[in-house]
Design a binder for this molecule. Structure first.
Ligand SMILES: CC(C)(COP(=O)(O)OP(=O)(O)OC[C@H]1O[C@@H](n2cnc3c(N)ncnc32)[C@H](O)[C@@H]1OP(=O)(O)O)[C@@H](O)C(=O)NCCC(=O)NCCS
Length: 383
């Protein structure tokens, strides 16, 4: 049975002075309006929220109720920064199993309630607390810095090549009204920004953002009955890797991405070259370079050259993160994976305005990572 995305909504990302529930409602009401459906027509609500930076520690029921879905679940899911995709997957499988016909997946996060130091300390626990955070104080910039130095050492990837990912992200986000940052930056700005953890500087990092996104999924039966406009989910891939970095084979890529990509391409029966665009998990610039390689857009070790030669920009081999990426649109953890679906749906419907890419095959991919490959979820969509 096919499942279609029939409605999408996304709030503006950034520092938002409203509650978690209000943020979620903003995204949900946009998604329902977009689908031309009401709360009554939804059978199940799935709430994705990492929630570790917010006063609302068990947010599923309050969020669900405020959004008007009382009695329709909720299921709460958590998969670190890949929480949004895990929520979409849960909604998808509930429909495919035949239990429900229409499900909504909500991703919401209020991250700016705590200081940066607290956010970094909490984030560092997404790996193995006892063996890593507790012993060495590892944080997410530090984890990805380790990948960056490994990639630089093995493949001669440069800080300038990483900077180009940030420059592209900010250039695209300038035209995205939902983005946390809507200003361009130069390579010089990136290279001269302060080190957070060598070799990653301020502008190599995604920011700490508040935000929410929501998607409405429906069975093919309901799509036909109600004559809804659907973007179809053709492929799904998921994987995970050990929480203990010392057990990993290496740091120049994410095995979870490679495995999830294989699964998703197989299910959708396509190759990377069939895609018109992709949204990848660029929580740090090195993550985008590794994603090009792990998703098969270029060979291992050539990610630096791929960005340098403009292959991931408009007009290149595959435009990546035309919405500004996590780097500049922002990264409210649980909202991120669903916001990627929002952007891809807008592109496939040719509603992306100044950010619209030329579509050939009407196929697009989202790639959402939790931790440093502790989780990975990939979706392939088509129109
Ligand atoms: C990089 C980081 C440490 C910077 O936080 P910070 O030191 O508290 O930064 P501040 O809030 O003091 O911001 C200083 C300035 O830089 C800007 N800024 C903050 N983070 C930024 C970022 N990532 N990119 C660009 N600008 C940023 C702020 O808007 C502010 O600008 P202003 O002075 O014009 O208002 C923080 O953004 C961070 O932890 N990012 C990583 C988040 C993360 O790990 N997510 C999970 C990934 S898996």
């Amino acid at each position: 049975m096919r499942v279609g995305v029939v409605g999408v909504g996304c709030t503006k990302f950034g520092k938002r002075d409203i509650t978690l529930q209000e943020l979620a409602f903003e995204a949900v009401s946009e998604a329902l309006k977009d689908a031309n459906l009401t709360q009554d027509q939804v059978d199940l609500s799935v709430v994705g929220c990492v929630g570790t930076r917010s006063y609302e520690l068990m947010p599923a029921v309050p969020v669900n109720e405020y959004c008007g879905f009382s009695g329709k679940g909720p299921i709460r899911v958590e998969a670190a920064c890949a929480t949004g995709s895990a929520a979409v997957y849960t909604a998808y499988t509930s429909i495919v199993s035949g239990v429900v016909d229409v499900a909504v997946a909500i991703g919401v996060e209020k991250m700016t309630e705590v200081e940066t130091s607290v956010s970094l300390a909490v984030g560092g626990r997404a790996g193995n607390y006892l063996w890593e955070f507790h012993q060495y104080g590892t944080t997410f910039p530090a984890y990805y810095a380790m990948h960056a130095t490994a990639h630089m050492a093995r493949y001669k990837t440069t800080e300038k090549q990483m900077a180009l990912c940030a420059v592209k992200a900010h250039r695209n986000a300038k035209n995205n009204p939902k983005a946390h940052f809507q200003r361009e930056i130069s390579v010089e700005d990136v290279l001269s920004s302060r080190y957070i953890c060598y070799p990653l500087k301020l502008y190599d990092c995604s920011p700490i953002s508040d935000g929410a996104a929501a998607v409405v999924l429906a069975s093919e039966k309901v799509v036909k009955e109600l004559n809804l406009d659907a973007i179809w989910i053709d492929g799904i891939g998921f994987s995970s890797d050990t929480s203990n970095m010392t057990k990993r084979d290496g740091f120049v890529g994410l095995k979870a991405t490679v495995d999830a990509a294989k699964m998703a391409y197989k299910m959708a029966k396509i190759n990377p070259s069939d895609l018109d665009l992709a949204c990848v998990h660029d929580c740090f610039t090195i993550a985008e370079i590794m994603a090009y390689e792990d998703l098969g857009f270029c060979k291992k070790g050539e990610g630096g050259r791929f960005i340098e030669e403009g292959e991931s920009d408009f007009g290149g081999k595959i435009p990546v993160n035309t919405f500004g990426g996590l780097k500049a649109k922002g990264h409210p953890l649980a909202a991120t994976g669903i916001a990627m679906v929002y952007e891809v749906v807008k592109q496939l419907r040719e509603e992306a305005e100044k950010l619209q890419v030329d579509l050939k095959n009407y196929k697009a991919l989202t790639h959402n990572v939790g931790g440093t490959g502790h989780f990975c979820w990939i979706f392939i969509f088509s129109r």
